[in-house]
Ligand binder design. Structure first.
Ligand code: HEC
Ligand code: HEC
Length: 471
């Protein structure tokens, strides 16, 4: 090893040392993972990672200053204005986990869309409904805000670093990483996402409480050409899965394996085969098996509800009771007659594409094309408003009316409850201010079909409505 002691040898050693140092700093600053574990299942559901952050999480420090840098692009109130829910004692909204992967990154998880909220009056505190569909979150507006910010010339290192420095000191190393790596990469990444979701602007907005669950994945994961379909669907509850043995999954029952849908949901949310937290996902899957729906938070008329039960048994139970012969099964689209856009957006090409994916350590084999929408068990029904797969009917009272008498427009996304009509308040000045207009004449938003119960005498409808509160 005499050559090592030559001048060239020393130079080489110095270079190796410097490279190793940079490597170590780089690893520490960009890749070092510090998983956060939550002891309670509810906290894990609200704040735990399913593996999205290492793959597609956004740099937290930049994310946190975007509302300050682009105030004209976001309603007052910052991120909360998009309808995120939050706990007082936690820094970020529910469903947006922050994990350290080199630096802090904010992603999203299942609790984002599968935790709802209710207020029993406009001045009452917001109660969280664990496992209920989120009715306030407008995730499309959140995405559009991020995309618009990234496309703006003011999304540049000078302005963003200055905004971060107004909140906290930034070291020289962090400044360099932000300037030359993190900010440019965040911009490129968001613009690439926007380019892949270009089709979103050619179809009606999702609005609060809805998301198009499969079109993004059809284009981005399965690489199918955009087919022009409108797939927006109302979020669904995640509870009582132990009682849903052999139930089809998703609005059209497009899969029959809860495990496959859990894996696919994590991937759809932005995890990859390398980053997905399989233990964390399995923990959630086991936990929602026994999670119970929240009870109706207002007084009920027990004797009226008791009169409604036999009406439910006679007209609805076949499809909607846990022991109903058709419960958990798809009902042919012609028999239910509701808007068929979401049903048509899931195609045989998509079935083949998903079942043929070879990117993961698992293979899907349970995706299928069915004949219509699922007849779901109606536990926690009161908390699922607005109703039907596309959220086109604001209350249960409205669903029991013939389609021509259902509201043609209303406001979705306001979480004050109307215990009489059984649904969230969907008109009036407060709903108009805090909600978003839902127009049933737009593609995918049709409120027709599901005529079951619409021809019952008024007295029977009142009794049935009271019974539906007890589910
Ligand atoms: C951005 C919102 C969003 C996020 C985040 C989300 N989901 Fe969902 N989820 C939905 C919507 C919307 C549906 C119903 C869509 C449809 O079928 O049309 C759904 C359906 C489901 C279903 C089918 C339930 C049923 O009754 O058929 C399961 C299971 C599920 N999600 C699990 C998960 C898991 C697990 C995660 C986290 C890894 C997750 N979801 C994250 C929006 C979301
Ligand atoms: C033949 C089967 C069938 C019968 C009978 C039936 N339904 Fe349905 N129901 C469905 C299907 C299928 C859907 C899903 C339709 C959609 O989302 O477009 C549905 C959806 C619903 C929803 C919306 C659930 C949600 O999460 O948004 C409610 C509420 C409902 N039904 C109540 C009733 C009541 C009350 C009765 C009895 C008066 C009844 N149904 C009778 C098949 C049935």
């Amino acid at each position: 090893m005499a050559w090592l002691r030559t001048r060239r040898g020393y130079t080489l050693l110095a270079i190796v040392a410097v490279v190793a140092l940079f490597g170590a700093v780089g690893w520490y600053k960009l890749l070092r993972e510090v998983p956060v574990r939550y002891a309670s299942d509810v906290d894990h559901f609200k704040y735990g990672s399913v593996g999205v952050e290492p793959a597609s999480g956004l740099p937290y420090d930049i994310w946190a200053v975007l509302p300050d840098v682009f105030p004209e692009k976001i309603p007052s109130g910052g991120y909360a204005a998009f309808g995120f829910l939050s706990d007082k004692d936690h820094g970020t909204p529910i469903g947006l986990p922050v994990e350290t992967v080199g630096f802090q990154r904010v992603g999203l998880n299942c609790g984002l869309c599968h935790i709802g909220s209710v207020r029993v009056s406009p001045s009452a505190p917001r109660q969280l409904l664990i496992g209920a569909p989120n009715s306030t979150l407008d995730i499309q507006r959140y995405f559009r805000f991020l995309f618009d910010a990234a496309a703006d010339p003011r999304f540049n290192p000078d302005l963003l670093i200055a905004a971060i420095e107004r909140k906290q000191p930034v070291s020289i190393i962090d400044r360099a990483l932000l300037r030359y790596l993190i900010i440019p990469q965040m911009k490129t990444g968001l613009l690439a996402q926007q380019a892949q979701l270009w089709w979103m602007d050619t179809v009606p907005d999702w609005g609060p409480g809805r998301v198009d669950p499969f079109n993004p994945a059809k284009v981005q994961l399965v690489h199918l050409p955009w087919d022009g379909s409108v797939g927006a669907a109302r979020m669904v509850p995640l509870w009582n899965w132990n009682a849903r043995t052999n139930f089809g999954l998703h609005r059209d029952g497009l899969n029959t394996s809860l495990t496959e849908i859990f894996l696919n949901s994590a991937i759809g949310n932005g995890a990859t085969n390398r980053t997905i937290d399989l233990a964390g996902v399995t923990r959630l899957q086991n936990w929602i098996g026994g999670l119970k729906a929240p009870p109706f938070p207002f007084p009920m008329d027990k004797s009226l509800a008791a009169r409604g039960e036999p009406i439910f048994r006679a007209s609805c139970a076949e499809c909607h009771a846990f022991d109903g012969a058709k419960a958990g099964q798809p009902i042919p689209i012609a028999a239910v007659g509701t808007d068929r856009s979401r049903f048509d957006s899931w195609t045989t090409q998509a079935v083949a594409g998903f079942n043929g994916l070879s990117d993961y350590s698992w293979h899907y084999s349970h995706f299928r094309k069915t004949s219509g929408y699922m007849a779901q068990a109606l536990d926690g029904l009161w908390a699922r408003a607005p109703y039907l797969h596309n959220g086109s009917v604001p209350s249960l009272a409205d669903l029991l009316r013939v389609p021509t008498n259902r509201p043609k427009t209303f406001y979705a996304g306001y979480d004050v409850y109307d215990p009489v009509r059984v649904g969230f308040v969907s008109n009036g000045p407060d709903a108009a201010k805090q909600g978003t207009k839902f127009d049933t004449s737009l593609p995918g938003n049709g409120n027709g079909g599901h005529l079951f119960g619409t021809n019952l005498p008024d007295g029977d409808k009142a009794a049935l409505l009271e019974y539906l509160k007890t589910l």
